[in-house]
Design a protein around this ligand. Sequence first.
Ligand code: BG6
Length: 495
Amino acid sequence: MFQEPNPSPSTQPGRNAKPFALVIFGASGDLTKRKLVPGVFGLFKEKALPDQFEIIGFARREKSNDSFREEMEEGTKKFSRFAPIETSDWDNFKSHVSYHNGNFDDPTAYESLKVKLQALQKAKGIQQFLFYLATAPEFFQEVVEQLNHVGLVGTGDEEGRVVIEKPFGHDYQSAKNLVTSLQDVIAESALYRIDHYLGKETVQNLIYFRFANSIYEPLWNRSLIDHVQITVAEAEGVGTRGGYYDGVGAVRDMVQNHLMQLLTITAMEPPGSLNSDAIRDEKVKVLKSINTPTPEDVAKIAIRAQYEGYRSSDRVAPESKTETYVGLKLTIDNWRWAGVPFYLRTGKALNKRASEIVVVFKRPPLALFKSTDNCEQLHRNRLHIRLQPDEGIHLRFNAKIPGKSAMGSVDMDFAYKSKFGSYSPEAYERLLHDFIVGDSTLFTRADEVLEAWRIVDAVTSGWAEAPIALYPEGSWGPNESELLLQKDGNSWIEL
Ligand code: BG6
């Protein structure tokens, strides 16, 4: 029986990190103190870092090393999965943290950064330079070009690696322009586009679940699967993020990246190996098999809605038409999936936080059970893959109720927590470690990002003139979304 927690990233063979300096651009933003520094601290606690490493915050605001360290201490104490944090641990860690003040468009800030990095190379044996762009997207190009000018990144194999946060573009064309212009200054192999959903343990487990078990693969196709539902529901509204979110909306913020990733991993063919390009090739093939919807299609397959009260949120336009909910039906036109709807939904201010993939199998023939009392209770089998919270997998099937000529649904359950305990590295921790060791499997490739934009662009342009539905906060979204499934004789499964 499995009792040990998963091996920490460092104990996995071939994954030792070389001494590194990680420069975080936009270091005074929320992401750095909520996720990035607590993530590196988690790796430090797990002993997954080399003895020599440096974290350098780069941002526009003037501040001293000490005040930057204090901010990071506050963030780490609040957001680290290792909280409460012992002072001695933080004191050890903070000696690796410093601050570099500079404007993103100021060449002298990069010159002085380079001098600092070279000094660290000499004094501490730092062997690799890594750059994390936690900035607003309009600075991506500028920062990478400036790094290129001082020779810290380039198109060869030897230079530094860069992580880019989302959003990668605003639509297909802007993403394509960004791909093309970045290609001139940095090698694709050195550019890591992050999608934090790929760092979630349960999302990675989807690959193991599908391909490390022989019982599911023969069922995983249009002969036996009726449809698939993918839900990423959030209970929180837009909160303080109105400035970013308004004008972006749920389809760009969530569907283009996180939901498309869930869809491709659920639907892809078995890759030839677990190497990064083998997996990403299969994911791209899925996206390429989704036809671009016409505006007439969009009216039938895509629902957008906004929660009541959204327009009075901080930094949201009073007349905003930004959607906070999307319901979408996609079909994958290949041999495995032709005719099987994939229903996607995501929204803010919904009934609860729940992310789940539900695979609904075809209904068995009813004739055999015509004489049972409740033959209409012969439900379709369902496989629920629950990503968060309460990660687990359960299979629902029909069983005879003892003593009666009737049936009911029963569940077979696997809960991560009860089997593996509560050990679960943060998504950012895993992805930061992959970045440090140079493993790009869980990062998205340019062609993948563009294919997802192709589909999302068709949806947003189809929506251009359409009215936006409203839904009450705390509900499961607009009625229109329910109707989307009802047209096919289906309904959203209660989570
Ligand atoms: C982010 C989105 O990428 O994912 C947010 O920008 C969203 O709007 C978040 O809230 C959801 O992530 P998680 O890990 O909480 O499901």
